[in-house]
Write a protein that binds this ligand. Structure first.
Ligand code: ATP
Length: 269
């Protein structure tokens, strides 16, 4: 199905049910605006990559998707993020509910200094889960492709795992509370190529059931794993904007905007 394109920017509206609908989203840190009026639709059960040069606002945009800026002093968000008809920024929308639906995986794996089991069980306990915690922990570890490696040492410290295993543990920890969307902020940048491949394979597997949005510096990674790619760029005023948003294959083979082409061919950034 061909997608409509705006005149000024090349922004597709992916077909099907959106996981998130982002409308004229702007974020400020104090008086400095970091991103300007970004509108896009994130399709469900797919991987959307956000790419662009350092400082163009990729993480800022990603963090706006689950209200992470609520916890940043001085940060302010304008615009709307809709999920199934609910405005995530409406005064009566509970930010805890938002973050339960939309989990975040960070650049550096950040397991708690607890056992492997307790890391995954943590969110369940915080949320007062009354079911079979052990079963849910196993399910999450299996979904994160880590179960076989840790099933015999669930009581061992999470900090003894390799970097790649720690990152998959953090993914299991996020999955345990059954989110629908996973935001990943450069999840492989601290990992070696083999661990990176495992996370990328895992992402493809997870995308069958979850919606994933990933920020990545690595264009090869975006082209390998994502279905859609959003290219951001900051102009002379240093405010990040969405320049082009398209199916990944299209963007890498036939970018519509010269700035996208300059970036993916290495002329800028
Ligand atoms: N907590 C903060 N307080 C003040 N300014 C911030 C904060 N976080 C980010 N910024 C600024 O906002 C702009 C966008 O930053 P952001 O981290 O979103 O960019 P990015 O594209 O993800 O960069 P990178 O690829 O280097 O991680 C930058 O100028 C950055 O310095």
């Amino acid at each position: 199905m061909s997608a409509p394109t705006t005149e000024r920017r090349h922004i597709v509206v992916p077909p099907g049910q959106p996981a998130l609908r982002v409308e004229t989203l702007s974020v400020w840190y104090g008086t400095r605006q970091a991103i300007r009026e970004i509108s896009m639709v994130i399709p469900e059960r797919s991987i959307t990559a956000i790419i662009g040069p350092s400082g163009c606002g990729k993480s800022t945009l990603l963090r706006a998707f689950n209200r992470m800026h609520d916890t940043t002093p001085g940060a302010r968000v304008e615009g709307k993020v809709w999920r199934n008809g609910i405005d995530l920024y409406a005064p009566d929308t509970d930010p805890v509910w938002v973050r339960r639906q939309i989990g975040m995986i960070f650049q550096r794996p950040n397991p708690f200094p607890k056992s492997i089991f307790e890391n995954v069980a943590f969110g369940l306990r915080v949320n007062g889960y009354r079911g079979d915690v052990a079963a849910r922990v196993e399910q999450a570890l299996r979904a994160a492709a880590l179960w076989d490696e840790v099933k015999d040492k669930l009581d061992a410290s999470a900090l003894a795992l390799s970097g790649g295993q720690q990152q998959r543990l953090c993914i299991a920890r996020a999955l345990a509370i059954e989110p629908q969307i996973l935001l990943m902020d450069e999840p492989c940048s601290a990992l070696d190529p083999v661990a990176t491949m495992r996370i990328e394979d895992l992402m493809r597997e997870l995308a069958k059931s979850y919606t994933i949005v990933i920020v990545t510096h690595n264009m090869q990674q975006a082209s390998r794993v994502s279905d859609y790619t959003a290219f951001m760029l900051a102009g002379e005023d240093r405010i990040g904007e969405l320049i082009e948003y398209a199916p990944t294959r299209e963007m890498f083979i036939r970018p519509r905007d010269r700035r996208t082409e300059d970036y993916i061919t290495g002329r800028i950034g």
